[in-house]
Every structure is written in structure tokens, then in C-alpha cells.
Ligand binder design. Structure first.
Ligand code: UD1
Length: 360
């Protein structure tokens, strides 16, 4: 039995990493393929080093491009790999273009696909990730889910119950394994701030950064927040370009920096007073860390982070953001509770299931 694990973009590494390490621990035959969707060292290589993941066996080096070009390039190159190596199972994670591209190729070659983090739905098809999620789930044989809403979504879409496995959250496996070391590194020192004395911001969704008018509005809200608490803002490459063109005055309590390595970012997140983000994964990570999270979107595919956790949707509404920050600073924010099965053992459950099925 040969298993192919596919990664491509930054959030994939934390989700697929624990599965790769668990397969390795059980000496199951596998190889790791990196599509090259993300390629800057601080968007890719540093994660392999910090998470203790083996170097990819195959690197497709596809780089950036439009959705069609990027997806198409991955598909053509991945098809050749599958034809040559004939894996018995392809494991993909999350909702990026690499996830969709690899799933389509494998399914058409009749290689079963296992989707880690299946079933999440924002019900917003303007998000490229929503299309990637729906299409990947449709062609997958193993749908590994992180929360109850995902199980319901998949059943409603007609996916048979036997394919759906509620296993918990692999990204949380990675977080729990590394959080103590991340905090011991005291990454806040180099930014001149104190634990619980700063906010952390991330921003990269096309809907927030690609339109200069919306980006300006979001930035004005963030600048407003920085007048209440110092703000650290590691800037995603997509956002960096757009922000440069706006030529806005930021002020000294808004501290911009390059994208950060996993451990630095995790340490900062764990001790932040609150987080402002449009990322999907960070909504989950803040829930586990019990750090208040304001999501700069109008929807989320991860409703459990609102129902049980510390996450609230604030969109790009300046007033809502400002009021929420005031409530957090006044100590009026729920600390929430950790969702079911987010216990650091998701990868073990996944490998148990894969093993049982492949043996059969
Ligand atoms: C992708 C995912 C998104 C995920 C995000 C995490 C899709 C459709 N989107 O968005 O779901 O939340 O990754 O970061 O797959 N770039 C660099 N260096 C890199 C990578 C990208 O400079 O290493 C720049 C390029 O100009 C590129 C742009 O960032 O065109 C966007 O990269 P891309 O991978 O297309 O989308 P993301 O916005 O990163």
C-alpha cells in the first residue's frame, strides 16, 4: 500500500503534517508531494523545519498564477506523478487550489481521495475556497470532518454516511504539540510589546484586499484599533502588494512585518489580547487558545468557533469592530470551550480509519 500526501499552501502544512508523522510512526509506505503553490521560504520551507516534517519527496514547483492556470499546472504535473507511482490513496487537506487539483486528478485515475477537513461550508460561492471544498468533497471517498456542522452539510449534499468520519482537527494536533515551545520563545519581546497587551492582525482574503476601496476601509478600522492597543500585523504577500499601492499613513502602534514562522506566530497568538483576522484556520486556533477573535468576514465555514468558541463575525463594519474591541478590553468576552474531539488525536483517528479500510 502506498499513500500520497499532498500539500501546497501554508495552511496545508499544519493539517497534513500530523498525518504524515503518524503514518511514519506506524511505518506505512507514503510519499509527500508539494505542489509549490506557496514557495517563499517563510510561506513554506520554514514550516517543514519547525513542524519536524520530512522534506517533500516530490516538488512540482507550479508557483503563482490565475486559478485556472495554477490548478491546471498542478493537475498536469500531478497526473504524471500518479501514473508513475500509482499510489493507493491520495490525502489532501483544506480548501486551497492544490487540494482541488490533486483530488480531481486522483479521482479520474480511480485512486481514492481522503479529504482532511471535509464538509466545511460558508455558503458563499464568491469564495474560491468554497468551490474547492464542494468539488473536493464530491470526489472524495474518505471525508474526515472537524465539526458537527460539516457532518450535516455533507449528509445534506447526499454524501453517504459511511464515507463521513468525524475525527477532530489535525491543525489542533499541531497547535497542541507546539504551543508550549512557541510561548517559551517569547516572540513578543522583539516587537516591544507585553503578553496580553497587544492585538494580532492577519488579512489576505481576496474579498478584503483585492478591492482598494474595501482594503482602505479595513485598514482604517485596523488603524482605529491600533489607537486602543498596539497591533502586530504580519503581511501576506497578496496584501503587501495591494497595501503598497494605497500609500496610507499607519502610525507607530501598528507594527507591520513579513509573514512569520509557525512558532513565532503561534506564540504571539497565544498571548495576544485579541486577534483580528479573515483567515479560516486562525478562527479555530484562537478558539483552542481561548483568545478573543474578531473575524473580518460576514460568514464563516467554521460555525463551531462561534457557537462554542471565542470567535465573532464583525465583517468590515468599523463600528462593530470598535465596539467589540471595547468589550474585549473591558473583559466582557466569553472564553468559550474547546470543541469536541479537538484533543490532539485527530491524525491518529485518521490513520486508524485509513488502515482499517486499506487492509480490507
Ligand atoms: C491561498 C489560498 C487560501 C489560503 C491562503 C493561505 C487558494 C485559492 N487560496 O491564498 O485559501 O487561505 O493561500 O495563505 O488556494 N505569493 C508570494 N509568495 C508565495 C505565495 C504567494 O509572493 O509563496 C503571492 C503571489 O503574488 C500570488 C499571491 O501571493 O499571486 C496569492 O497566492 P495564492 O497561493 O494564489 O493565493 P493566497 O492568497 O495565498
Amino acid at each position: 500500500m502506498l499513500i500520497c500526501n499532498v500539500v501546497g499552501a501554508r495552511p496545508n502544512f499544519m493539517k497534513i503534517g500530523p498525518v504524515v508523522l503518524e503514518l511514519k510512526r506506524r511505518r506505512m509506505r507514503q510519499f509527500l508531494l508539494h505542489t509549490g503553490q506557496h514557495y517563499d521560504p517563510n510561506m513554506s520551507k520554514i514550516f517543514f523545519d519547525q513542524l519536524g516534517m520530512p522534506e517533500p519527496d516530490i516538488h512540482l514547483g507550479v508557483g503563482s498564477g490565475s486559478h485556472a492556470r495554477q490548478t491546471g499546472r498542478i493537475m498536469a504535473a500531478f497526473e504524471e506523478v500518479c501514473q508513475k507511482r500509482r499510489p493507493d490513496l491520495v490525502i489532501v487537506g483544506g480548501d486551497v487550489n492544490s487540494t482541488l487539483a490533486a483530488s480531481l486528478v486522483a479521482a479520474k485515475l480511480q485512486i481514492p481521495v481522503a479529504h482532511v477537513e471535509a464538509g466545511l461550508r460558508s455558503f458563499d460561492r464568491t469564495m474560491p475556497e468554497e468551490i474547492n471544498r464542494i468539488a473536493t468533497d464530491l470526489v472524495s471517498e474518505f471525508l474526515f470532518t472537524t465539526e458537527e456542522s460539516a457532518n450535516k452539510n455533507l449528509q445534506r449534499e447526499g454524501i453517504s454516511r459511511e464515507k463521513i468520519h468525524f475525527v477532530g482537527n489535525c491543525m489542533v494536533d499541531t497547535l497542541l504539540k507546539h504551543v508550549d515551545v512557541a510561548v517559551q520563545g517569547s516572540p513578543w519581546h522583539s516587537f516591544g510589546v507585553e503578553p496580553a497587551g497587544y492585538a494580532l492582525v492577519t488579512l489576505h482574503r481576496p474579498s478584503n484586499v483585492d478591492d482598494p476601496k474595501i482594503l482602505r476601509q479595513v485598514m482604517e478600522a485596523i488603524i482605529g484599533v491600533s489607537k486602543k492597543a498596539p497591533v502586530l500585523f504580519p503581511i501576506h504577500p497578496r496584501t503587501r502588494e495591494r497595501l503598497r499601492a494605497l500609500k496610507m499613513k499607519m502610525g507607530s502602534s501598528l507594527k507591520l512585518c513579513e509573514p512569520l514562522p509557525y512558532l513565532t506566530f503561534l506564540g504571539l497568538m497565544a498571548k495576544a489580547r485579541f486577534v483580528l483576522t479573515d483567515s479560516g484556520g486562525i478562527q479555530e486556533e484562537t478558539t483552542v487558545l481561548k483568545v478573543p477573535c474578531l473575524t473580518l468576514r460576514w460568514n464563516t465555514e467554521r460555525p463551531v468557533t462561534i457557537k462554542s468558541g471565542t470567535n465573532r463575525l464583525v465583517g468590515t463594519d468599523m463600528r462593530k469592530i470598535s465596539e467589540s474591541v471595547d468589550r474585549i478590553l473591558a473583559g466582557k468576552w466569553p472564553s468559550g470551550k474547546r470543541p469536541s474531539l479537538w484533543d490532539g488525536k485527530a491524525a491518529q483517528r485518521i490513520v486508524d480509519i485509513i488502515r482499517e479500510h486499506l487492509m480490507c
